[in-house]
Design a protein around this ligand. Structure first.
Ligand code: SAH
Ligand code: SF4
Length: 381
């Protein structure tokens, strides 16, 4: 007996053309395959999709700038591949070497990106979520609560915007240290890492993921084929204090965190760094440095001491510059490499979430309030 025909199963219909415009997702949310089925490219020579892909990624061009394409095609692509990030504000500091954007997303949420230029290269710091659910006491993003996960394209597009602004300097490094917890948006963050590596040509050793210490995420990261750098935001090396400063510690206490970090280092061979924002009289005492050294030494970790940036929702003060310098020396004496992270961009609220917090007008979360509150005068640049 003949089996009933099942054409739908045997010959699946061609995927519907990818349509971006209504939702204003990022062009960078499309894969190369998606591009091939974009209506503007249907009927075009086969090499066009690859040409547009290279234009978007390797050359960081907008469709309107892809002068190797016919004019009519550029116009159609401009319509079908709109930018997902709309510049709501831009600030510069350090003589123009630090540039910070506040972007408004299609749903009115705001995120930040920071570009830091050095003599021969540049580093960009990207957000992975609008807001953050981790609730660290001292963090402006945490104080504002969680909005939503960013898409892969929204993450990648931040880097592309920085590449464009940084020219002729090359963006050599990307740090996932902006708003949000990258490992709480694991799949999209990792897809962004892969894209930055494969399509923008940024090597894994120049990509750094910073996490509050989500143990399952760290363990998963250790198994990925691309060994990226890992930064763990420690801030306290005893559970009682860390429970207070970093509430996620109650779920993943220090012992479990240390084990996951050790596994990461063993599996990837990458150096681990530990971030520590110094809070006066709270985690900057000699005893705190001794605990930190005990945590860092067995992991061979490097410590980054960060002068605390004041935020509206955290009453405690940052340590004085003199105390920050002493803390670094104490760590060195205890056999731990430590550097003081520069306070680049402090005047422009360049710390995590600060510009967006200001845009919200303090603690209240009002998506869309950014423009009136921040933009004010024209961009400084
Ligand atoms: N969620 C991730 C990455 C984003 S936060 C994480 O926590 O690691 C990026 C870094 O900024 C973290 O090390 C965080 O602890 C630090 N940070 C947040 N608020 C700060 C503040 N007010 N002063 C100094 N560092 C801060
Ligand atoms: Fe989230 Fe990182 Fe801020 Fe903590 S420090 S609230 S994990 S963004």
């Amino acid at each position: 007996m003949k089996a009933p025909a099942a054409p739908a199963v045997l010959a699946p219909a061609r995927a519907a053309p990818a349509v971006l415009a209504p939702a204003r997702r990022s062009a960078y949310d499309l894969t190369l395959e998606d591009l091939r089925s974009l209506s503007a490219l249907v009927g075009q020579p086969a090499y066009r999709a690859r040409q547009v892909w290279d234009g978007l990624h390797r050359r960081a061009l907008r469709p309107s700038e892809m002068t190797d394409l016919p004019l009519a095609l550029r116009a159609r692509l401009t319509e079908e591949l709109p930018a997902a990030l709309r510049e709501a504000a831009r600030r510069t500091a350090d003589g123009g070497d630090t540039l910070k954007w506040l972007w408004e997303l299609h749903d009115g949420r705001t995120i930040e990106t920071v570009l830091m230029a050095y003599p021969a290269r540049a580093t960009v710091c990207v957000s992975t979520q609008a807001g953050c659910a981790m609730g660290c006491a001292f963090c402006a993003t945490g104080q504002g609560g969680f909005g939503r996960n960013l898409t892969t394209g929204e993450i990648v597009e931040q880097v592309v915007a920085a590449v464009r602004a940084s020219r002729p300097r090359r963006v050599s490094n990307v740090v996932f240290m902006g708003m949000g917890e990258p490992l709480a948006n694991y799949d999209r963050t990792w897809a962004a890492v892969r894209r930055l590596h494969a399509a923008l040509g940024i090597s894994a050793r120049r990509l750094t993921i910073s996490t509050v210490g989500l143990v399952p995420g760290i363990r998963r990261l250790a198994e990925e084929p691309l060994p990226v750098n890992l930064a763990v935001s420690l801030h306290a090396a005893n559970d009682a204090l860390r429970d207070r400063l970093v509430p996620m510690n109650r779920r993943y206490p220090l012992e479990a965190l240390a084990e996951a970090c050790a596994a990461y280092v063993a599996r990837t061979g990458r150096r681990l760094s530990l971030e520590w924002a110094l809070v006066e009289g709270t985690n900057d005492r000699a005893s705190d440095m001794a605990e930190l050294a005990d945590f860092a030494r067995p992991l061979g970790a490097h410590v980054n001491l960060i002068p605390l940036n004041p935020t509206p929702g955290f009453a405690l003060r940052g340590s004085s510059p003199a105390r920050v310098a002493e803390a670094r020396e104490e760590l060195e004496r205890l056999g731990v490499n430590a550097t003081v992270r520069s306070t680049r961009g402090a005047r422009i609220d360049a710390a995590c979430g600060q510009l967006a917090a200001r845009a919200r007008g303090g603690a209240a979360r009002r998506p869309g309030a950014a423009r009136s509150a921040v933009v004010g005068p024209a961009p400084v640049r």
